[in-house]
Design a protein around this ligand. Sequence first.
Ligand code: FEO
Ligand code: CA
Ligand code: CA
Ligand code: CA
Length: 734
Amino acid sequence: MSTLPGTCPAPNEYDEDTIVNPSANPTFADVLTARLSRRVALKGGISTTAAALLGGSILTACGGDGGDDTPAPAPAPAPAAAPKIGFTAVAKNKNDLVTVAEGYNVSILHALGDPMHYGDESWKDDGSETADSYNRRIGDGHDGMYYFGLSDTGTYQADRSDRGLLAVNHEYVVAPYVLHPAGRSAGATRNATEVEKEIYAHGVSIVEVKRTNGVTAMVRGSSYNRRVTSATTMDFTGPARGHALLATKFNPAGQQTRGTNNNCANGYTPWGTYLTCEENYLNVIGRAAGDDALRSAKDIASLNRYGLPQNRKSPYLWDTAGTADLFARWNSSVTGATSADDYRNTINTFGWVVEIDPFAPTSTPAKRTALGRFNHEGAWPAPAVVGQPIVIYMGDDSRNEYIYKFVSKALWDAADVGKGMAAGAKYLDEGTLYVARFNADGSGEWLELTYGKNGLDATNAAYPFADQGDVLVNARLAADKLGATKMDRPEWGSVHPSTREVYMTLTNNSNRVATTATPTGSQLKPDAANPRYYEDLKGTTSQKGNPNGHIIRWRENGTDVTKLNWDIYLFGAQADAASDVNLSGLTDVNDFSSPDGLYFDKRGMLWIQTDDGAYTDITNCMMLAAVPGKVGDGGVAVAAGGTSTIKGANATADTVRRFLVGPKECEITGIAMTPDNKTLFFNVQHPGEETTPDWAAATFGSYWPANQADANVKKRPRSATVVITKKDGGDIGL
Ligand code: FEO
Ligand code: CA
Ligand code: CA
Ligand code: CA
């Protein structure tokens, strides 16, 4: 979803920028930043940084040794030869078209409203499809996705490219509301039919895809085709299953709930299941005026920390569509005698990582509570190693929120491939959740979010924790206590297949203020890991803070899962920006703003996607290919605004290059590749989002995808999955 104020977000959408972390949590980084600045000034030079990155430390980290007894990094697996980018860069442009590098084909796999089964009519472009039919149609707001090879016997075949299952998130119903006849009906209460349609247009679609004569298409009517929606029954599993905080009228035992929504990015597991992540659920959850008086102090602290103060109307107003349970449940307020009589806990039933077995269309999805509750962007696994734990990295996409990781208790056994939800229970229901602190000297710690450790117990003043379920439901409050680093909106992550270094986009943050300013409210000064403060001009408007975003990366320290060393791989910037803004030396072939989607393919080529509001006066959102080096391949730098940081090697045309540009007013997000690297899928979300349609004249901000093949065809804009192949049948990107 688009994010910068005054640009992309339509008025009816929840905006990540509106909710910020107000916790007093520190300051630790501020202190070290200042110390580093002095130290760097004294010592200077790359060699100092390199020493820090090799496991030593310029400074003694607070609470850590950071010194000689830091374990040496585990030997990295022999690296495969780095892939070489082989296409000609696509120029920035504002065309209403997917413009891909020369030599590539573009086709559409599916778009909003396409029927997955026979029996429903094709998309008619007039919004007349029934609400119920969205249980069998492709949803809206295509986002994260993953390709699973499908064997002849219907099992997971990781190396199969010509037949598979493609799981796609449908994050939200895009503001122009093209799935309704003439947009969203006006008024303080919503039309029930429209809301029902929206409930079924959210969630996840799973479709079989098949390659015939080199072209991959959806298999309509496949028995694997399935919709999971905001009404689908699902289980809670893990430590918070059965917790009083998850009790609802639907399931007073707190063991089940209905629906997954605002599914942003994704993950996958080595046993062949899909992970879908609940991000901006505040889109659809409201809370009544006066509700605080009916709540405990703990409840109020939790609700406020998760952005749901009393008397809050949700942008989508689903709870206003009627008294039926389908609608009333979207108001998280006390209306009955106990939590068994109402939906006061609705908010606690969202913000989870949900596991779905795409190979078992009747299986019940599971909300894996051990991975914590927050605005989950996605869940990115490290490559599994036999005998080692499963490790999953996650980000909480709101301004000033945190980066997390989950480490399973069970050790990976390759015999579990194909075991579906049972394998999920084995690896994802028991383990340890950590939150990241990035120190100014390039070191970092993973801080453990376990009840009874690190002050996470009833003595915690801001929120007294009762048990581990409470810590997981309120993971943000637990992370506050530990002094995690507030980041510039963590979006996607990805782990390099051979170096195992972890990359994560920090899309932008308008909440940073100058180092000389006195921050008010939730404003923050820059720190080493989120170092830039500057003003970016867009036409006649200006955006301050970190409008263009950056990509952090880190390497973990061998056997000690609590240590890391980081640098900033790449800074988003316009090519013509000042050198302390354009810190990575981007040029016309690779300049970009607001990185969001991120994906390492199996060869180690990194794909970067943008969801931007700062550079959109010059170009639509885009996707770039990159071949990164390693943590420590650059040096110390002073960012715009005067804060010292550690950056990676500068980009060149050989290491970062623009592969495609999307249509008007869209975001490029979601990416998957077949294992033979010959078919690439990506998503175009919300084309035409910023323009209010003229329904009578049928004019829209974009006419994509109908105009992709013929510019004269003008139909409603729809989110869609795009298939890219090379015209010569070769490997993508090379
Ligand atoms: Fe749904 Fe953070 O993007
Ligand atoms: Ca700009
Ligand atoms: Ca995103
Ligand atoms: Ca975004």
